[in-house]
Design a protein around this ligand. Structure first.
Ligand code: GDP
Ligand code: GDP
Length: 438
């Protein structure tokens, strides 16, 4: 199930990013380990009492300026309303309640979404500042005193947010549907592709009686198979928020990735690879999703004999951090290779949930270690006792070893490649975990 979303909203300088960073703790560091991929610090996992939510810092979506305009604030609030299950409105005890706070509070309240009011910079624990009660005037219920710098009150804040979240909500779609996120920059052709795929009689979830979610996902259920194409950016109901704000469109892609099994990463054939593409693809990779890189608008590229091979070679370099992902050159406009796209989606989805028996893994291990001896250090040699698959989506392998620090990255990569050589696992990342024994 995709994780519930909590969005943080508030004026500039009230401490939104400080709060965001405090709440996510060390969580972003994993993400920054993928070479060649940067991340916007606007969206990250937050764990509290063994439950996980995703946190959005709406303040990070647009560049920070001192005299931020009210329309920009409203846009951030709108993003929160569109995407979050709960919204935290951050205010500042030092400035007290301002006219902008009132304006945003009113707008949030009208949305009907649960709002939790945070009064930040209450740095002295246990003391309630005199001005605190003023915040009741915002009409959002009991304010919660927080110091984002020190961390006081953040537990109470999360407790309050969690009261509004149903962690046992059922899956949106049954297992038999493959959930596909078509992700990419604005204008790369996401909506054209979904429209072409679904054709005239496209089924939208919100058209189906009895669905509760305010979703514009598109369902395909025919001879091609059962698929749900996840709505990325208000694909049909063009969202009220301008897609062209780069970080906003990146955020929507991150959210779509979280709800998906398979990610189709669209690249604009005419424009070529950009940094934004690597951010989105990098996130799909880190989340362990099956991935396909589809170069769209292939009809618009002038071709000579080797155009495709040359293009693919360059992309292999751009996407070297996910060398397992297959490429496909398509046109949403003409429909070129869309039948192949469906086949690939089914194929990489199967790879992403492949299970390999411990017996087979250890046959590979025996062969691999006989061919290339495990590394040694100061006379001690790495021993890998055995490997077993712990989970799927993505396939995750646990190696039990004598000394973890001897199991260098390069040798892990070698074992990973041996597994891939035998089982394919094309289109899916795999994870290697090391456990030390004795
Ligand atoms: P944003 O614009 O809302 O994201 O605000 P920032 O997180 O960038 O914080 C603005 C300023 O307020 C920075 O100088 C922070 O160090 C400071 N700040 C944030 N939280 C607290 C807090 O709990 N106590 C105090 N004293 N200062 C804080
Ligand atoms: P989105 O913002 O990613 O949803 O992109 P759209 O689907 O709105 O497409 C943006 C523009 O690219 C539109 O003018 C489309 O007609 C055009 N477009 C989309 N797919 C193709 C394609 O395969 N070939 C060509 N030549 N143009 C395309």
């Amino acid at each position: 199930m995709s994780k519930p979303i909590i969005a943080v909203v508030g004026r500039p300088n009230v401490g939104k990013s400080t709060l965001f960073n405090k709440l996510i703790g060390h969580r972003l560091s994993i993400v920054e380990d993928t070479p060649g991929v940067t991340r916007d610090r606007i969206y990250a996992e937050c764990e509290w009492l063994n439950k996980e939510v995703m946190l959005v810092d709406t303040g990070g979506i647009e560049p920070k300026t001192d005299d931020i305009i009210l329309s920009q604030m409203r846009r951030q609030a709108q993003i929160a309303i569109d995407s979050a299950d709960v919204i935290i409105l951050v205010t500042d005890i030092k400035t007290g309640v301002t006219a902008t706070d009132q304006d945003i509070a009113m707008m949030l309240q009208k949305s009907g979404k649960p709002i939790v009011l945070c009064v930040n910079k209450c740095d002295a624990p246990g003391q309630v500042p005199a001005d605190f009660y003023e915040f009741y005037n915002l009409g959002l219920g009991d304010p919660i005193a927080v110091s984002s710098v020190h961390g006081h009150g953040t537990g109470d804040l999360l407790d309050e947010c969690f009261k509004h979240i149903d962690f046992d909500r059922p899956e949106e779609y049954t297992e038999e549907y493959i959930k596909v996120a078509i992700i990419g920059k604005p204008n790369v052709g996401k909506s054209s592709l979904v429209n072409k795929i679904a054709g005239e009689e496209r089924m939208i979830v919100s058209d189906i009686a009895g669905t509760t979610r305010d979703s514009t996902d598109t369902i395909v259920d025919d001879e091609r198979g059962k698929f749900v194409f996840i709505d990325t950016a208000g694909i049909r109901r063009k969202s009220r928020v301008d897609e062209n704000i780069e970080r906003y469109s990146v955020l929507r892609s991150y959210m779509a990735v979280d709800r998906s099994d398979v990610c189709v990463i669209l690249i604009d054939a005419v424009e070529g690879f950009t940094e934004q593409d690597s951010k989105i693809a990098g996130y799909a990779h880190e989340q362990g999703k099956a991935c396909i890189i589809a170069v769209n608008k292939w009809d618009a590229v002038e071709k000579h004999g080797k155009t495709m091979q040359e293009y693919e070679k360059k992309l292999q370099n751009d996407f070297s951090f996910m060398s397992y992902a297959p490429f496909l050159f398509i046109s949403a406009k003409t429909g070129q290779r869309l039948d192949k796209l469906f086949e690939l989606i089914k194929y990489v989805n199967e790879q992403n949930c492949m299970r390999i028996s411990t017996g087979k893994l250890n046959d590979i291990l025996a062969y691999a270690t006989a061919r290339v001896q495990p590394p040694t250090d100061k006379g001690k040699r790495l021993k890998i006792y055995y490997i077993t698959q712990a989970s799927t989506r993505p396939p995750t392998f646990v190696s039990f070893v004598n000394k973890a620090e001897l199991y260098h990255f390069s040798y892990q990569r070698y074992i990973e490649n041996q597994i891939r050589e035998t089982f394919g696992l094309q289109g899916t990342p795999i994870r290697m975990i090391t456990r030390q024994r004795g």
